[in-house]
Design a protein around this ligand. Structure first.
Ligand code: BGC
Length: 544
């Protein structure tokens, strides 16, 4: 069987409006991304995830789509998509795009037609009511509670209320309507023909519930249908589900046969990763891993540290959430929507270079496909003066030159202001400055990514966390023919840990934060500096 490309992939997440502006209008664009694909390849990433670049009024960073089959002019045109796909193919990079069909923008032609005429076939594309009512499930409530106080808004032209879980300018689609399903198929076919390798299924949990007419359990057919549809056209297509749910439900999203989502965005593990960082203890992560099911068949988890949204801590117990909040968002201004943190990782870790590198090493040691959001590899900061999630959406910092090398437009015309002051300002934190230093975060993350790609033990293998005699050290082994042992010291004190597993006595370093002496003794003793990390492999891999 051909190896599945996503098993050992590292995905680089790009916000097209903030990555690189090639046209000089102040907005990042597709051409800019194409020009920087070699940077991403150099980093070692094997796939990119592009956030929405479709036609949109852009009131929700493009997640408010007004035409799924058009490129918004600010990003270029379809020929630019083709050029990007060609370059990506040449470099061996898979391209994953967003499938945003839980809702549309209210500017979408479907909604315009729907509100105009009760008898229009488009009316039934959306969810309407004459009288807002309480929903049977308390999950059906505004997703941005501090912004919207109801999921129903009155539409004067339609003479009815329409439903919107997100913003009022994002009406929810009626996913039980076969015509809507057909539209989704058209969208998927279209982009698959252009060569994409997969879709991130936005708001997948809500989609499933909508497809079940409000009953989650009845809606999983939608994921199976989508899976079937893409498999017939391109068998290796991935569906990455945005599934912020408790782990006891994960198997429902994977499907018993692994016939629903291919990769599940693991918010559960993400939350416990932050608890582990806050406590400087491996226990929360070990507990979280033990509580999640093994993905069936060819499916897998996707893991990351920070994405483009607030770090929502919904999966933690209330006291755990308070702890993470108190540690990483002590100030009210660092929080959003009564549930999450609107900061990037580097400021949360106070720019501590050693700790940042260790945290990346920790992420890459977890089972699943890692996702690195643009700018994480150099430790970019945030801008808390901007509202809500916009705090973490600032332009990529390429250099210390004009506009951080992001755009040649006048600075006041940029898609978002640059981080120009403080410890994370672009003249201090940028790609260029870090490229020339082999002790930079960029150098470390690049080494990790490239090494990780080659560790076949991780992708399809089994994993087990290890008790090593120091609660501050997270230790995990991955087995698949061979074994890799990955250790991260979450604390700022040096330590020596012991490996008791008898079959792990002959291990040598493949990557570490510094040069270490060979592990020795029986049981094996392994030294780690403060925030040290070491990845070791069986000696036979090299000398056998
Ligand atoms: C995306 C958000 C977006 C929302 C509405 C989410 O899941 O990650 O950024 O606001 O969907 O489309």
């Amino acid at each position: 069987m051909r190896p599945l490309w996503y098993r050992n992939a590292v995905i680089y997440q790009i916000d097209p409006s903030l990555f690189r502006d090639a046209s000089g209008d102040g907005y990042g664009d597709l051409r800019g991304i194409t020009e920087r694909l070699d940077y991403i390849r150099g980093l070692g990433a094997t796939a990119i995830w592009l956030m929405p670049f479709y036609q949109s009024p852009f009131d929700d960073a493009g997640y408010d789509v007004s035409d799924h089959l058009q490129v918004d002019p600010r990003f270029g045109d379809l020929a630019d998509v083709v050029a990007l796909m060609e370059k990506a193919e040449e470099l061996g990079i898979h391209v994953i795009i967003e499938l945003v069909v839980q809702h549309t923008s209210s500017a979408h032609r479907w909604f315009q037609e729907a509100r105009r005429d009760r008898d229009s076939p488009y009316r039934d594309y959306y969810l309407w009511t004459d009288q807002p009512h309480d929903e049977p499930h308390d999950e059906i409530r505004p997703i941005f509670p501090t912004v919207e106080d109801s999921i129903w808004s009155w539409d004067e032209e339609a003479g009815q209320y329409y439903r919107h879980l997100f913003y009022s300018h994002e009406p929810d689609l009626n996913l039980q309507n076969p015509r809507v399903l057909h539209e989704i198929e058209r969208i998927m076919s279209f982009w698959l023909r252009l060569g994409v390798s997969g879709f991130r299924v936005d708001a997948a949990v809500h989609m499933v519930r909508q497809a079940g007419g409000g009953d989650l359990a009845q809606g999983f057919w939608l994921l199976e249908h989508m899976r079937d549809f893409v498999t017939l056209r391109r068998p290796e297509t991935v569906l990455i589900g945005e599934i912020d749910a408790d782990p006891e439900h994960y198997l429902e999203y994977f499907g018993d046969e692994g016939d629903r989502v291919t990769l599940l965005l693991n918010f559960w593990l993400n939350n416990y990763l932050f608890l582990a960082l806050a406590r400087r203890s491996a226990e929360p992560l070990c507990r979280a891993l033990a509580a999640q099911p093994l993905p069936p068949g060819h499916t897998q988890y996707a893991v990351w540290m920070r994405n483009h949204d607030e770090l929502s801590l919904d999966r933690l117990e209330p006291h755990e959430r308070d702890e993470v909040m108190a540690t990483f968002a002590p100030d009210e201004s660092m929080r959003a929507y009564d549930r999450g943190i609107r900061r990037r990782l580097a400021p949360m870790l106070e720019g501590d270079a050693r700790r940042l590198a260790a945290t990346h090493a920790l992420l890459f040691s977890l089972p699943g496909t890692p996702i690195v959001r643009y700018g994480e590899e150099i430790g970019m900061g945030d801008d808390l003066s901007r509202p809500e999630r916009l705090a973490v959406r600032t332009p990529m910092q390429w250099s210390n030159e004009h506009n951080a090398g992001f755009s040649c437009a006048a600075s006041e015309r940029l898609a978002a202001p640059l981080v120009a002051e403080g410890p994370f300002a672009f003249d201090r934190v940028n790609v260029y400055a870090q490229t020339t230093r082999d002790d930079s975060l960029l150098a470390h993350t690049g080494n990790m990514i490239r090494t990780r790609i080659g560790l076949r033990e991780i992708g399809g293998g089994r994993h087990a966390t290890l008790e090593v005699g120091d609660p501050g050290v997270f230790a995990i082994r991955h087995d698949n023919d061979s074994t890799v042992l990955m250790l991260t010291n979450l604390t700022d004190r040096e330590t020596v840990v012991q490996i008791l597993d008898e079959d792990l006595q002959e291990m040598v370093d493949v990557l570490a934060n510094c040069d270490y002496e060979r592990p020795e003794g029986s049981p094996l003793r392994i030294r780690l500096t403060a925030y040290g990390y070491r990845w070791l492999r069986r000696k036979q891999q090299f000398f056998g």
